[in-house]
Ligand binder design. Structure first.
Ligand code: SAH
Ligand code: SF4
Length: 398
């Protein structure tokens, strides 16, 4: 590092520290022990911590409050103290789009941590279907992996989401859908029945925050969505799969997409590090795996690349002995994408073959394509600025 860089770094960290001093710490996304710890640090007496944490938890996740003043189970004095100390506001909704098929997509802005500087953006998608509603949640801004058929993969990683930002996406969707108890909806039926970690990013590269967020979301006292209704999709980060089973315990989906290493290396470059055999071994050892808790194998249908009946045969052979479902995903194109979606007749032939081999193999109906909300189409404009660009900008501002 040159002397110039060093003074720049020092100047930058001093400026950031000063700015951050004005940003109140957030409570959303903290696990119960973390929440109690935060309240303790704020000076609440030890013997009250459990009860106060419970009251705040209910306010945040049962009632959906965004302001302490609404938490009337707490004294006015305490509400004021908490309001002055902590942040429980929502992420900023930049735009909300609704597809002709009812799919909704939110573009959300995350805080940058520096007042006046706009933070990076992410996308969250809600997909209503007969009898269920699935929320597709992002775990990172962009992705470090570069799967060649995925739009998000063309966006460099900007940063991991915090647990609060992951939980925050669920809160925004519940606000927009009117899914809090005091809203005017005349039904107790859940609108969000399932959550899939299939938005932007690789969830197993943001393990701790994803784990904590899913603990908050599945906590029986709050949003209370069972881990059996939460699916984490991974491109195949083999060393983290067992840990995910042990520490998160939600349903698992694997983005397989090809049946030999040569093709998978091209589609999912991470395969060069963790090839198919290792990936499937990790699946066989996934804690809690049974016929009632199957792994979903996702398989994007790319014309002339991975969609032959030979491929289907090999898929069935590879998955032998693993309690599995196969989810065929018609490829969703994006501007400049180098692939075409398989013909419908070919997708049906492929699906028929795996079906006859005994696998449930629903073809995922593309949803929200008109608003670029379908699988693999998510990408926000936020790009990671090269340090030199940032440096130039800061110099210009100084
Ligand atoms: N990073 C994780 C989760 C996010 S991607 C993963 O890769 O599993 C969610 C799913 O969408 C994955 O199965 C992914 O392979 C698939 N996908 C990505 N781009 C797609 C596209 N253009 N068309 C269809 N599916 C796509
Ligand atoms: Fe990242 Fe998943 Fe897209 Fe691959 S498919 S680039 S892992 S988001």
């Amino acid at each position: 590092m040159t002397a110039l860089d060093m003074s720049h770094e020092k100047r930058k960290s001093a400026a950031e520290a000063a700015a951050l001093a004005h940003v109140k710490p957030g409570l959303i996304g903290l696990t119960r022990p973390q929440l109690m710890e935060a309240l303790k640090k704020a000076g609440l007496p030890d013997k009250q911590l459990r009860m106060r944490a419970g009251q705040i938890w209910n306010g945040l996740y049962k009632s959906g409050f965004t302001d302490f003043s609404a938490m009337t189970t707490l004294s006015k004095e305490l509400r004021e103290q908490l309001g002055a100390t902590f942040d429980i506001s929502r992420l900023e909704v930049v735009t909300e789009q609704k597809s002709v098929d009812g799919t909704r997509k939110w573009l959300l802005r995350l805080p940058s941590g520096v007042p006046g500087v706009p933070g990076p953006e992410i996308e969250t998608v809600y997909i209503p279907e007969e009898g269920r509603g699935t929320l597709c949640v992002s775990s990172q801004v962009g992705c470090t992996l570069t799967c060649t058929f995925c739009h998000t993969g063309t966006q460099k990683l900007v940063r991991n989401l915090t647990a609060g930002e992951i939980v925050g996406q669920v809160l925004i969707a519940r606000d927009a859908l009117g899914e809090w108890p005091d809203s005017n909806r005349n039904s107790d039926d859940r609108l969000i029945t399932n959550i899939v970690m299939m938005g932007m990013g690789e969830p197993l590269y943001n393990f701790d925050n994803v784990r904590d967020a899913l603990d908050v979301i599945s906590d029986g006292e709050g949003i209370s969505l069972s881990k059996r209704r939460i699916t984490l999709s991974t491109s195949g980060v083999v060393p983290m799969i067992e840990k995910a089973g042990a520490e998160i315990g939600c349903m698992l989906a694997i983005s397989l997409h090809a049946v030999n290493d040569e093709t998978r290396n091209k589609l999912v470059p991470l395969n060069k590090k963790y090839p198919i055999k290792e990936l499937l071994d990790a699946c066989r050892n996934y804690p809690g795996l049974s016929n009632a808790r199957r792994i979903t194998f996702e398989y994007v249908m790319l014309k002339g690349v991975n969609d032959s009946i030979e491929d289907a045969k090999e898929l069935v052979r590879l998955l032998k002995g693993i309690p599995a479902k196969i989810n065929l995903i018609p490829f969703n194109p994006w501007p400049g994408s180098p692939y075409e979606c398989s013909d419908w007749a070919q997708i049906e032939k492929f699906a028929d073959f795996v079906n006859r081999a005994g696998y449930a193999s629903p073809v995922r109906t593309p949803r929200g394509r008109d608003i670029m909300a379908a699988c693999g189409q998510l990408k926000s404009e936020t790009v990671k600025k090269r340090a030199s660009e940032r440096f130039k900008e800061e110099r210009a501002e100084a």
